[in-house]
Structures are given as structure tokens and as C-alpha cells.
Design a protein around this ligand. Structure first.
Ligand SMILES: [Zn+2]
Length: 264
């Protein structure tokens, strides 16, 4: 079922736009989850190789929300958009399909950004940020802290707990990217850290946030100079992670008709 059809049906039923969007988001997540593997544990018990094909890049903030701002006028929302285009070019050269949550100065909602990732199969999600603190010239990678796995109650996973099943893979991806960044940007951590990043919580895919320091740099040019190196490290990390993206197809999902998949 497509979003359009669902929205049309629900519109005729007189439900509000907010309710319709909420239902569409829930359907997108459930379809994505129904068609995808949930745990790395079962991946080790003979699952099929689903393959990592799509990278969702999320230049954070945008529109009326500039994100962190430096005294010199540096805006986080601008820097991460530049970084996203550089990462996109690098990933496409490696054969990945890349989708950006924004390509201009818009500010999609957190749920819209997650929904883009949750509607894909074989995807990972990278949210890009610039902090207002931290040692200038360093880069950190985050996953969300441990989340409780939702109870197995027929495969329905609450939107707010979408990330839980993907955390082991998110950490693996985070360490791959952080390791590359640490080699290029001295003073950066060597391992992924945890932080409450709202955007990652509702994402049903391996998901990390990458954060550069910082907007408080005096010359914007110094921050701009970091971007090619950051982009290259991210691409190398994603390429290194690619073989780890081995996920099971459960018999229940494998026997589903194609019409039951996320992309009819
Ligand atoms: Zn940010």
C-alpha cells in the first residue's frame, strides 16, 4: 500500500491530517520492520545476506532552525548541508544509493526524517551535526544509549523504540566511522560514544550521529577545510561496515507475497 492510497482512503474517512500522517508513518515503519530482520543474534544463525544498498544522510536542522551558531556567524545548518553533499558524492562513487533528508534550507520534522529511512530496505542512517563545544578540529560519533527491546507481541514495534533492535549494528557502524575519523583528526575519540540524539531513536536502521567541533571556530574557512577529510572518513567507515550488514530473513517474511513488502 502506498502513502498516497492510504492518505486518500483515510481522507475520505474524515480523519485529521495529523492522524493520517501518524498512521502513514506507523504503516511505513511496520512495513519496513515486517520486511526486515530484527536482530544480529539471529543473523548469526544462518540468515540471508540482505545487503547494504542505501545510505540516508541527514543534514540536521535547517529552515528556521540554524542549529548551533558561532560568534563569527557560522551556522550548523549550513555546514552540515555542505558536508552532506560531499559525503553523497563519495558514497555514490562507492556504489551506494544516497538519499538526503534535505537538500536545501528546509527543516523536515524528526519523524519525517526517520520515515525516509524506515521506508527503505538495506539502509543505514547518518545524522550530521556541528557542535558549539569540544576541541576544535575533532569529530565524535554517537549512537543512542541502550534501549529496551519492545516485547514480541506479533511484530508490532512502537515508533519510539524503532532503534532498539538495530543498536548492535549501529555501534558497529559507529566504531567503523569513528576509527577512520580518529586517524585523520587527532584528539578525536577512537570509539563511538552514546548520547541522547532524538533523531536516532525513531529510526529502524543502523543509525549514528556524526558531530564536528565546532561552530565557535574563528574562521569558517577552518571548518570548511575539515569537510573533505570528514566526508572521506565517513565513506571509508561505511565501506568498512558494509560486510557486517548481514541480516536474517525470517521464514515468515520470506514466504510473504511481494505485495506485503514495503514497496509495492
Ligand atoms: Zn545539531
Amino acid at each position: 500500500m502506498t502513502f498516497d492510497i492510504l492518505q486518500g482512503v483515510l481522507r475520505m474517512s474524515g480523519l485529521s491530517r495529523k492522524t493520517i500522517l501518524g498512521l502513514c508513518a506507523a504503516v511505513a515503519l511496520l512495513c519496513a520492520i515486517a520486511a526486515r530482520p530484527q536482530s544480529s543474534t539471529s543473523a548469526q544463525s544462518g540468515g540471508q545476506r540482505a545487503g547494504l544498498k542505501v545510505v540516508i544522510l541527514d543534514p540536521a536542522h535547517g529552515g528556521a532552525d540554524p542549529g548551533a551558531r558561532g560568534t563569527g556567524g557560522v551556522r550548523e545548518s549550513d555546514i552540515v548541508l555542505d558536508l552532506a553533499s560531499q559525503v553523497t558524492r563519495g558514497l555514490m562513487a562507492q556504489g551506494f544509493q544516497v538519499l538526503q533528508t534535505r537538500t536545501g534550507n528546509e527543516n523536515p520534522s524528526f519523524d519525517d526524517r526517520s520515515a525516509l529511512a524506515n521506508a527503505q530496505t538495506g539502509a543505514i542512517f547518518l545524522s550530521l551535526h556541528v557542535s558549539s563545544t569540544g576541541l576544535a578540529g575533532t569529530v565524535r560519533v554517537y549512537t543512542v544509549p541502550d534501549m529496551a527491546l519492545p516485547p514480541a507481541n506479533g511484530g508490532l514495534i512502537p515508533w519510539e523504540q524503532a532503534q532498539a533492535a538495530y543498536l548492535p549494528l549501529s555501534r558497529k557502524l559507529g566504531n567503523a566511522v569513528q576509527g577512520e575519523l580518529a586517524q585523520k583528526f587527532k584528539g578525536s575519540p577512537t570509539e563511538v560514544q552514546t548520547a541522547y540524539v532524538r533523531q536516532l531513536k525513531t529510526t529502524a536502521a543502523p543509525a549514528i550521529a556524526v558531530e564536528l567541533s565546532s561552530v565557535s571556530i574563528q574562521e569558517k574557512a577552518d571548518l570548511d577545510k575539515m569537510l573533505p577529510g570528514v566526508a572521506e572518513a565517513i565513506v571509508r567507515g561505511v565501506v568498512a561496515f558494509r560486510p557486517s550488514y548481514v541480516t536474517p530473513i525470517s521464514p515468515a517474511v520470506a514466504s510473504q507475497s511481494p505485495a506485503a513488502g514495503p514497496k509495492p
